[in-house]
Design a protein around this ligand. Structure first.
Ligand code: QAP
Ligand code: CO
Length: 200
């Protein structure tokens, strides 16, 4: 499956890091618990939000980021599950990075259908830094969504792409991956996470 957003890829071809990274809200911030609202206006603001989210994701680096994680309670997430990020020192000696073989995906107002099979995959989340655990998800799904022009699409997804879409879609429903674990695991990891967070 190739990029759903060729226009965005062009915008990134001559990509220069510009430090306009969005703040990522971390668990247990209440914004992460809210159900996100559908996007209605496919305007410049939406495109800017998507670009900033991709920028923030690549910078992290991460493979997926949902709008509620940057404090915007709207049904949008961005993703790139397979890219190379080369770090280098610029002329002033600061670290910059260049993206290679990237394939940004943007999902607006997504609806997951045709859920099939089971897969166990180790997940992490930019909103729960430092915590990783196996989560059970559907192995294959299809997903209907809109691009930033408002055009409708439908794709099939398997394995990591499927897992990542389910993880990000959960954010739109106010669900963090820890909630998908057994109560015992969840409590254990939560303790570990909150202890770490306090130390910082
Ligand atoms: C969701 O998560 C995902 O703890 C995307 O210190 C992850 O990009 C779906 C990240 C895995 C499926 C499989 C996490 C970065 C990035 C951290 C991410 C961290 C730095 C997480
Ligand atoms: Co997440």
């Amino acid at each position: 499956m190739k990029s759903q957003v060729p226009a965005y890829k062009e915008a990134f071809e001559n990509y220069q890091p510009n430090g306009e990274t969005l703040d990522v809200y971390t668990y247990p911030n209440p914004i992460l618990k809210k159900i996100a609202k559908p996007v209605e206006n496919f305007d410049r603001r939406l495109q800017n939000l998507c670009q900033d989210m991709l920028h923030t994701m690549y910078q992290a680096p991460g493979i997926g980021l949902a709008a509620p994680q940057v404090g915007i309670s709207e049904r949008v997430f961005v993703m790139d599950i397979d890219y190379d990020r080369e770090k280098f020192a610029n002329s002033e000696g600061n670290m910059e990075y260049a993206l290679k073989n990237f394939n940004p995906l943007i999902f607006i107002n997504p609806i997951i259908e045709d859920k099939q099979g089971e897969i166990l995959y180790q997940e992490g989340c930019l909103s729960v830094p430092g915590i990783y655990e196996d989560v059970k998800r559907f192995q294959s799904i299809s997903v209907k969504f809109q691009d930033w022009h408002g055009e409708h699409h439908k794709i099939n997804a398997e394995e990591l792409l499927s897992v990542c879409i389910q993880h990000e879609n959960d954010h739109l429903e106010g669900i963090v991956f820890l909630e998908r674990l057994s109560l015992i695991k969840k409590n254990l990891l939560m303790k570990k996470y909150l202890k770490k967070k306090k130390k910082k």
